[in-house]
Design a protein around this ligand. Structure first.
Ligand SMILES: *[C@@H]1O[C@H](CO)[C@@H](O)[C@H](O)[C@H]1NC(C)=O
Ligand SMILES: *[C@@H]1O[C@H](CO)[C@@H](O)[C@H](O)[C@H]1NC(C)=O
Ligand SMILES: *[C@@H]1O[C@H](CO)[C@@H](O)[C@H](O)[C@H]1NC(C)=O
Ligand SMILES: *[C@@H]1O[C@H](CO)[C@@H](O)[C@H](O)[C@H]1NC(C)=O
Length: 320
């Protein structure tokens, strides 16, 4: 920089300028670290290029300066503590998907109290490395209220004063044999209400009417207010046992919730084989595929969606 003589007043300009930049940089770092938006949008540097993925601490979050497009989604994959290889696989599946700017998607694995000594070490290590596990206060069960514990615990688990309100606009329950295409999910959610929403694959399989029954457990989603309602209402507490997805639909019906419903069929469907009334061919307009019960089905699905096709070239490897 060239220094030329200047008046006392002008001398202040340069330091003040750097002071403002320093404040903005601080705000920017805070934003990255806490994922909270502060007042960054109004900051003088709000047009710095958005952070590159590698800078963002949580693997799956891509936060940019605040905007009305912002959307926050929690995907809870209900699984069991001992399913280590499955979790590692799903971390790759979700960790390699691009997420649009302004969208925050947290994928978390959800299970009940640990029961074995080795789990205390292995699960703790996973948390230290990935921090994507929620351990609920329950005993592991399929159809005795784990889903209720999951949804109804969220308001307290994410009740932090410095986090945005609501912490997530949408919260999802998914199975660990479901493949969700995050970008398609976000696109389908953008036009939808953020209150009293019940979204998923309508049961029975032939039906396209979301007001008749319930959404399949392969992957359904509700707005945050539904979790708050579940936590406070007596309706689910009286009726916890039974197939979790059906029981969920019963609560919604009895509580007259889910005035906004969205049937995501046939963007969400069961893997085409073996064919049933609930299956669909793999097709581009896909949000989620369910019943990926073995490696072959996963490979066919990932191949169909060209998941590895933009692998960056390198001298270090060659994949035919
Ligand atoms: C950040 O991302 C942009 C666009 O994706 C790219 O052009 C740039 O090289 C990246 N910068 C770093 C430091 O990786
Ligand atoms: C789960 O573990 C916590 C802490 O160890 C304990 O306080 C709680 O009673 C357990 N819950 C059940 C349902 O066993
Ligand atoms: C969140 O915490 C505050 C203070 O601890 C409490 O007043 C409020 O009721 C809590 N909200 C929920 C939804 O639990
Ligand atoms: C995968 O890539 C092929 C070849 O580029 C293309 O024809 C096909 O449409 C892509 N499939 C999807 C689901 O995007």
């Amino acid at each position: 920089m060239r220094y030329t003589p200047r008046s006392q007043g002008k001398k202040l300009i340069v330091p003040s300028f750097f002071f403002i930049i320093a404040i903005c940089v601080l705000a920017f770092i805070n934003e990255l670290r806490f994922d909270s938006l502060l007042s960054f949008g109004r900051c003088a540097l709000s047009n710095v290029p958005t952070n590159n993925d590698s800078l963002v601490t949580p693997l799956l979050s891509s936060s940019s300066s605040s905007s009305d497009d912002e959307i926050r989604i929690l995907i809870g994959i209900l699984t069991l503590p001992d399913q280590y290889p499955r979790r590692h696989f799903l971390r790759m599946i979700y960790g390699t998907q691009a997420i649009p700017d302004g969208v925050k998607i947290d994928v978390k694995f959800v299970f009940c109290n640990l029961t074995k000594e080795d789990q205390k070490v292995l699960v703790a290590l996973e948390i230290m490395r990935y921090d994507d596990i929620i351990i609920l206060n329950c005993n592991e069960n399929m159809n005795k209220g784990k889903t209720y514990t999951y949804f109804s615990s969220l308001p307290d688990l994410f009740n932090e004063t410095d986090s945005p309100n609501p912490p997530y606009h949408y919260i999802m329950k998914a199975d660990d044999d479901t493949y969700i295409r995050l970008e398609s999910l976000v696109t389908s959610l953008r036009p939808l209400p953020r209150e009293d929403l019940y979204y998923g694959y309508v049961i029975p399989c032939q039906s396209m009417d979301p007001f008749v029954h319930y959404m399949s457990g392969m992957g359904y989603l509700v707005s945050w207010d539904i979790a708050v309602w579940l936590k406070d209402s007596d309706i689910p507490k009286k009726h916890l046992e039974g197939p979790e997805d059906k029981v969920f639909g019963d609560w919604m019906k009895e509580g007259r919730r889910g005035k906004n419903r969205f049937n995501a069929k046939w963007s969400i469907y069961n893997f085409p084989e073996p064919p049933t009334k609930c299956t669909h061919e793999l097709w581009p307009n896909t949000i989620a595929v369910h019943l990926l019960k073995n490696q072959e089905k996963w490979i066919r699905t990932l191949t169909y969606f060209n998941v590895t096709s933009n692998l960056k070239p390198s001298k270090l490897y060659h994949i035919p």
